[in-house]
Design a protein around this ligand. Structure first.
Ligand code: NAG
Ligand code: NAG
Ligand code: NAG
Length: 343
């Protein structure tokens, strides 16, 4: 949603120009049980992901040797120099009537042209003197935790769309859990990544400890901790789920709603996002440096190469882990991999 022009002014105490950020669409590249960050080389990975970005996405992407910008021949993102991969869990409707599953379709975000996928943001909330350090080759990180049973609304949240918009992502009107009422405009899942870096490591054993939040998990500030002093672009994903077909009011109520993530989470606290950097050369740094000038904003950054929505939608990759992960309108008997549903 275009919350940024409305809400960012209130959130940022920095100069007006620092409010510029990148906000752009990436269409679906593939949907499969693969996870080169958390379970590299494992085929199949434990649960289904929906993946966007460069088509060099692979089961294993060694940070030392695998350069997505060199190996990809296309990207599903608006910015054609962005061969990064971004992925999250898929969402399923579990029929309360008979327990079968349907993969929930997705829709394009406001003002963007895309086929499934996500909206990706690079935001300057932690920038100091308008400066951020773009990610280095091989950089990767994870936000959220599929195993958690705890509400972490400030960085992993859901918005019940169609009830009035225009407030900042993961603010107190959003919920950590999947909404327990029918959402007339669909459901938006948001994943906010950390905005501070240790300045040294491109990864860490838990894929998290080389980065840190400046604000207990939410949108960043200039107060990066001394352990992680380097301001980096704050990455955020928005996923738009078209849940309008599932409107039976009996499906919803206190602690009750019919959706479940591909890793079996029927509450939603465990939603998570993976990021694997793959911008060509120093293109991301150039874009971040240009944000304050006003020449670079949203999906219209003049220092970057832009491809048409049609071209980004053409970039697809066949499943490497070939199996039925469910398609729009089709029923499957179990979550891919036989993942059990927990609440
Ligand atoms: C992906 O990995 C497979 C081996 O698992 C390899 O054969 C293939 O070349 C890789 N793809 C790219 C684009 O490097
Ligand atoms: C299962 O229930 C859904 C409604 O929740 C229905 O649309 C579908 O046809 C049912 N499938 C079977 C096999 O009964
Ligand atoms: C991008 O910016 C240019 C120059 O300011 C403007 O003419 C164009 O309409 C903008 N495009 C979009 C999609 O906002």
């Amino acid at each position: 949603m275009y919350w940024n022009t409305l809400a960012a002014a209130a959130l940022l105490s920095q100069s007006v120009s620092a409010q510029n950020m990148l906000r752009f669409a990436c269409s679906q590249l593939t949907v499969e049980r693969a996870d080169p960050l958390v379970s590299p080389g494992q085929s199949p990975a434990p649960h289904t992901h929906q993946i966007i970005g460069g088509n060099s996405f692979n089961l294993s992407m060694d940070p030392a040797t695998y350069d997505p910008a060199a190996k990809s021949t296309c990207t599903s993102c608006t910015y054609s120099e962005d061969f990064s991969n971004y992925w999250t869990a898929s969402l399923y409707f579990k029929s309360p009537e008979n327990g079968t599953f349907q993969r929930v379709p997705q829709f394009a975000n406001v003002g963007l042209q895309q086929d499934g996928g996500m909206t990706v943001y690079y935001m300057p909330y932690s920038a100091k003197n308008n400066k951020m350090t773009a990610f280095k080759k091989g950089f990767r990180m994870l936000a959220g935790d599929p195993m958690t049973k705890k509400n972490n609304r400030v960085s992993i949240c859901h918005r019940c769309l169609g009830n009035g918009e225009g407030f900042a992502p993961c603010d107190s009107k959003d919920t950590g859990e999947l909404p327990n009422k029918f959402c007339p405009g669909g459901i938006r899942a948001t994943i906010i990544f950390p905005s501070c870096w240790d300045g040294v490591n491109i990864d860490s054993p838990d894929h998290k400890s080389h980065v840190a939040y400046s604000n207990s998990g939410g949108l960043g500030s200039q107060n990066c901790p001394s352990t992680h002093p380097v301001p980096i672009p704050q990455v955020m994903y928005e996923v738009m789920w078209q849940t309008q077909n599932y409107k039976n009011t009996a499906y919803y109520g206190t602690n009750k709603q019919p959706f479940v993530y591909s890793f079996g989470d029927g509450v939603g606290y465990g939603q998570h996002g993976d990021y694997l950097f793959g911008w060509k050369d120093d293109s991301l740094q150039k874009a971040m440096d240009a944000l304050p000038s006003g020449k670079c904003a949203n999906a219209n950054c003049s220092v970057l190469k832009i491809q048409s929505g049609a071209d980004s939608m053409k970039c697809k990759k066949a499943q490497q882990v070939v199996e039925d992960v469910g398609a729009s309108g089709k029923w499957i008997k179990q979550l891919p991999g036989g993942v059990a549903v927990t609440y």
